[in-house]
Design a protein around this ligand. Structure first.
Ligand code: KG4
Ligand code: ZN
Length: 365
């Protein structure tokens, strides 16, 4: 009988410094004993994106504090922890190194095993932490830094079916919000504005739907929004509140339509594996979007598949997902040692061709 495990997880690959403690006894759902996140949004807000040097310094300053907070919240000392799991990539190298050095120090000092986790695997395995989802399942990872369809067949086996060839959707939401004078982060403000908008008013493009694959593009959509906005300003001398809400609704609908249509294609490919209990799962900040969730749920319902959307706190960057991925690796005997290296780029699918897309964290998948 496998032993119960209590794992400390660390995450610092972008602009969130996070630590969590997760406990798992085989046969029962895992318990998230603590899940602490120190965000850095205000440090980067004036620069219109994450500044790697600023992020790295902030991680180095906060990582030990967030670990201490996570242990305190869990009510545990290091003596009660079985291993330390840490994001070893992909991401901004300075941030990844801060987390990795801290994890190595804890592992060496407390005599604990060290486990290096792929950040994307952390996101992709979250439905197993929250819903005990069985393999194989289809995963849409969609945030400010990621956008890809994956088939998860094992905790360390993923097939990438396609992804964005340029911007990630969250990045597009953020840039469009900026164009419309709405506050950051753009996703929630566009979603709110869209509630009173008319999604039919602007006929924005649905890029790459003419291509049969699962790749996507969101950068042209952003340019189309810019043109629509500038056209209105030229015609009427400014942008009215109704224009903001209508553009928001039209843009959100275009993103939803592209993701849903490509997800339908990804689902067809996934069905070729003849899964016993077909399931579509989402993760990433954009998975918070209600319109998108409804469209994906409808798709799943139409095909008799389950739809799994973890709570938002576990969809966005966090360390509970890293601790959970660490538990999966521990159980598979995949422990690391002090030679564990930070990897700025670390695709989940080792066979698929590299994606050109950047996302706010740079090319990595
Ligand atoms: O996963 P996340 O916290 O960080 C990474 O990018 O890794 O995702 C943040 C992104 C931001 O671009 C934000 O605008 C977007 O997720 N987002 C949303 C919503 N909430 C957050 N996009 C659309 N609709 C939302 N409700
Ligand atoms: Zn992430």
């Amino acid at each position: 009988m496998p032993q119960p495990l209590t794992i400390l997880g660390l995450e610092s690959s972008c602009d969130d410094t996070a630590a969590a403690v997760v406990r798992h006894e085989p046969g029962i759902p895992a318990e998230i004993m603590s899940n602490e996140v120190y965000g850095q949004t205000e440090l980067h807000v004036d620069f219109g994106g994450v500044v790697p040097e600023i992020a790295a310094r902030a991680h180095a300053e906060k990582i030990d504090l967030v670990v201490q907070a996570a242990l305190e919240k869990a009510g545990l000392g290091l003596a009660e922890i079985d291993a330390v799991a840490v994001t070893a990539g992909p991401g901004l190298i300075g941030g990844v190194l801060s987390g990795l050095m801290c994890a190595k120090g804890i592992a060496a000092g407390a005599g604990l095993p060290l486990i290096g986790v792929n950040h994307l695997a952390g996101h992709a395995l979250t439905p197993r932490l929250t819903d005990q989802l069985e393999f194989p399942y289809l995963m849409l990872l969609v945030s400010g830094g990621h956008c890809q369809f994956l088939i998860a067949t094992a905790h360390d086996q993923f097939t990438r079916l396609g992804g964005t060839i340029d911007d990630a959707p969250g990045e597009a939401f953020d840039k469009v919000a900026k164009l419309l004078g709405l506050p950051q982060p753009g996703g929630p403000s566009i979603e709110q504005a869209a509630e009173s908008g008319d999604e039919m008013r602007f006929n924005l493009p649905r890029p790459l739907l003419d291509r049969p694959d699962c790749d996507m593009s969101f950068s042209g959509l952003k340019t189309a929004v810019l043109r629509a906005r500038d056209g209105l300003i030229a015609d009427q001398g400014g942008l009215f509140a109704q224009d903001q809400t209508d553009i928001s609704a039209s843009f959100q609908a275009a993103v939803r339509d592209v993701l849903a249509a490509k997800c339908a294609r990804a689902f067809d490919q996934y069905l070729e594996l003849s899964p016993k209990a077909p399931a579509i799962a989402v993760a990433g900040g954009v998975a918070a979007n209600k319109t998108l969730r409804e469209a994906l749920k409808m798709l799943a319902d139409q095909h008799g598949a389950a739809f799994i959307a973890p709570p938002l706190k576990l969809c966005t960057d966090n360390a509970a997902m890293i601790a959970w991925a660490g538990i999966e690796r521990y159980r598979a005997g995949q422990l690391d040692d002090m030679t564990l290296a930070a990897r700025p780029r670390w695709p989940l699918d080792r066979v698929a061709a590299p994606m050109l897309g950047s996302g706010k964290k740079g090319a990595k998948a």
